[in-house]
Design a protein around this ligand. Structure first.
Ligand code: ZN
Length: 485
C-alpha cells in the first residue's frame, strides 16, 4: 500500500528546540517495510543520555527526567543501531526538519554523515487537507481519531504518525495518498499501465522518444539531450501540464531512438512530428509561433514561419521564437541605442514625441531632432548582429555530430540553413549525395544552426570538397568532430 518499499516513522524527544545546542533524550522508530506481501512493521526505541541536564519545563512535558536518562546509553553507543534501522528508508516525521536536523547534528558530532529522503507529515496533511484547521500532531490525532498511547514520548508519537498514514490509506483513495507522498518526495509517478522499470531502461543520452497509446500512431513525440530525465519529467507530478495529464492516462508504451547529439535529436523529432502528426504535440504550435523579420520599408516587420520562403533567409533578421520575442528584441535595441520606438512601430500613433523622448532617452527622430537617415543608419548597425548571414559555403555542407562516448556519429547535411538529410554511415551518405534531396525548411533547425554558427561552434564541411569515392573521409577520424555539448 505504500508508494516506496521502506519507511521509518521517527520521533525524538530532546532537551530543547535547537539542534545545535540541545541534545536528544529519546528516539522512537516505527519501521515499515513493504515487499509486496503483508507490511512488516517493527518498533524500536531507546532513552538517550543527553550528557546535559534536561530543563524542568521539558521534564514536565515529556515525563523524561534526568534520573531516567542517567543510566541510558549515550547517542554514540546507539548510533550504529539507529543508522541500521533507518538505512534505505524514507525518513518520516511530524515537522520532519526538527527530528531530521537533530539526528543529523547528533551524527555530525560523531563526525559521521547522515542523510535520508525526508517526508514531513505536516506537509502531507497540508497537501491532502489544505482547508483543515491546524496540522499539529494533536490536531491530526483529534481529526483522524488516531489511538495514542504515551503522547510526547518518542515511540508513542512515532506510532501516532504511522497510524495517521495508515488512517489516510483507509479514508482516502490510495492513489491520492500515494500521489501526495510522491509529490513531497518528488518521485516520478509512473502511470500504472507502464512497466515500473520503463524509465530506468532509457539511456541518459540524446535522442527522441515516442509515447504510444492503443493506436499504431504515437500520442506524442519529444526530444531531449537526456532521454531518461526528460521522459521521467513528464510523470513527475510537481509541474504537470494538461498535456502530461492526458498522456499519463492514455500512454501504453514508450519507444525511443538514440541520436549522436542535440542537433540529431531536433532533426529526428521534426521529421517524426511532421510525418506522424502525434495527437498531443504542441511542438507544432511552437513552430507556428516562430518567425523571422524583414526590413523592407519604414520598420522591420515580423513574418511567421509559415510565410517564410527559405530562399529569402539572407537579408532577414532572426529567427525569433515568436512575434513577442521579436518585439522584445526591438525594444531592447531602442533602449540600448536611443532609437525611436515610434518609428519602429512599437508605439501607437505617428506623430509627436515617443514615450522615451519624453524621458530624453530617444535621440529624437520623432520630433525632428534627428534625421530619419541618421536614425535608420543607427538602426541598421544595431540590427547587424541579428542578421541571418549568407550560407557560408558553396552548395551543401556536412555537420559531423559525435556522441559523448564517441560511439555514435551522425552526419547531417545542410544547404542554405536548411536540412537535406542525415547519414549514419558512408553508404547512407553516398545515397544522400546522389539523390539530391530537396531542402526541408524548419525554423527550429535554422535557429539551432545559427545559434551554433554565431557562437563559432558550427563546423561545416563543404560537400564539394568531398570526392565521391572518398565519402569515407567524412565518417573517418580525419574530419573535425562537432560536439554539441
Ligand atoms: Zn522617439
Amino acid at each position: 500500500m505504500l508508494p516506496l518499499p521502506a519507511f521509518a516513522f521517527v520521533d525524538l524527544e530532546t532537551t530543547g528546540t535547537s539542534a545545535r545546542d540541545d541534545r536528544i533524550t529519546e528516539i522512537g522508530i516505527v519501521r515499515v517495510d513493504d515487499d509486496g506481501g503483508p507490511l512488516r512493521v517493527s518498533e524500536w526505541s531507546s532513552l538517550v543520555d543527553p550528557e546535559v541536564p534536561i530543563p524542568p519545563v521539558i521534564q514536565a512535558l515529556t515525563g523524561i527526567t534526568d534520573a531516567m536518562v542517567a543510566s541510558a546509553p549515550s547517542f554514540a553507543r546507539i548510533a550504529n543501531d539507529v543508522r541500521a534501522l533507518l538505512d534505505g528508508c524514507i525518513f518520516v516525521a511530524h515537522n520532519a526538519r526538527f527530528d531530521y536536523g537533530f539526528l543529523k547534528q547528533a551524527f555530525a558530532r560523531l563526525e559521521r554523515a547522515f542523510s535520508a529522503r525526508v517526508l514531513c507529515t505536516v506537509r502531507l496533511s497540508r497537501r491532502l487537507f489544505p482547508d483543515a484547521d491546524g496540522h499539529g500532531l494533536d490536531a491530526l490525532i483529534a481529526r483522524h481519531a488516531i489511538p495514542v498511547s504515551e503522547r510526547h514520548r518518542a515511540l508513542g508519537d512515532a506510532r501516532a504518525i504511522w497510524s495517521f498514514v495508515e488512517q489516510l490509506y483507509r479514508d482516502e483513495t490510495s492513489e491520492r495518498v500515494d500521489s501526495a507522498i510522491r509529490r513531497i518526495l518528488r518521485v516520478p509517478s509512473l502511470p500504472p499501465q507502464l512497466p515500473p522499470d520503463v524509465i530506468d531502461g532509457l539511456p541518459e543520452a540524446p535522442g527522441v522518444y515516442l509515447f504510444y497509446g492503443d493506436n499504431p500512431l504515437p500520442l506524442y513525440v519529444g526530444k531531449s539531450i537526456n532521454l531518461r530525465e526528460r521522459v521521467g519529467a513528464h510523470f513527475s507530478q510537481d509541474w504537470r501540464s494538461e498535456t502530461d495529464l492526458r498522456l499519463s492516462r492514455e500512454i501504453r508504451r514508450i519507444e525511443h531512438e538514440r541520436t549522436a547529439g542535440e542537433l540529431g535529436a531536433l532533426l529526428r523529432e521534426a521529421v517524426l512530428v511532421k510525418s506522424l502528426l502525434p495527437a498531443h504535440n504542441r511542438a507544432l504550435r511552437r513552430k507556428e509561433e516562430a518567425g523571422i523579420a524583414y526590413w523592407r520599408d519604414a520598420a522591420p516587420r515580423f513574418i511567421p514561419a509559415i510565410g517564410v520562403d527559405r530562399n529569402e533567409l539572407t537579408g532577414a533578421y532572426g529567427p525569433f521564437a515568436s512575434r513577442a520575442s521579436f518585439r522584445a528584441a526591438l525594444r531592447a535595441l531602442c533602449a540600448e541605442q536611443r532609437l525611436c520606438a515610434r518609428r519602429l512601430g512599437l508605439e501607437r500613433g505617428n506623430t509627436g514625441p515617443c514615450f522615451a523622448r519624453q524621458l530624453k532617452r530617444c535621440n529624437g527622430v520623432c520630433v525632428g531632432e534627428e534625421s530619419s537617415q541618421d536614425h535608420d543608419a543607427r538602426l541598421a548597425a544595431a540590427l547587424e548582429p541579428l542578421a541571418i548571414p549568407a550560407w557560408p559555403v558553396a552548395g551543401a555542407a556536412c555537420v559531423r555530430e559525435a556522441s559523448d562516448d564517441g560511439e555514435r556519429i551522425d552526419v547531417h547535411v545542410f544547404r542554405d540553413w536548411c536540412w537535406l538529410g542525415t547519414a549514419r554511415n558512408d553508404s547512407e551518405l553516398a545515397e544522400l549525395v546522389e539523390c539530391h534531396p530537396r531542402p526541408s525548411f524548419d525554423l527550429d533547425v535554422t535557429r539551432l544552426l545559427l545559434r551554433r554558427y554565431r557562437a563559432g561552434a558550427l563546423k561545416l564541411i563543404p560537400m564539394a570538397a568531398i570526392q565521391e569515392p572518398a565519402c569515407a573521409a567524412i565518417t573517418s577520424a580525419t574530419q573535425a568532430v562537432n560536439r554539441f555539448a
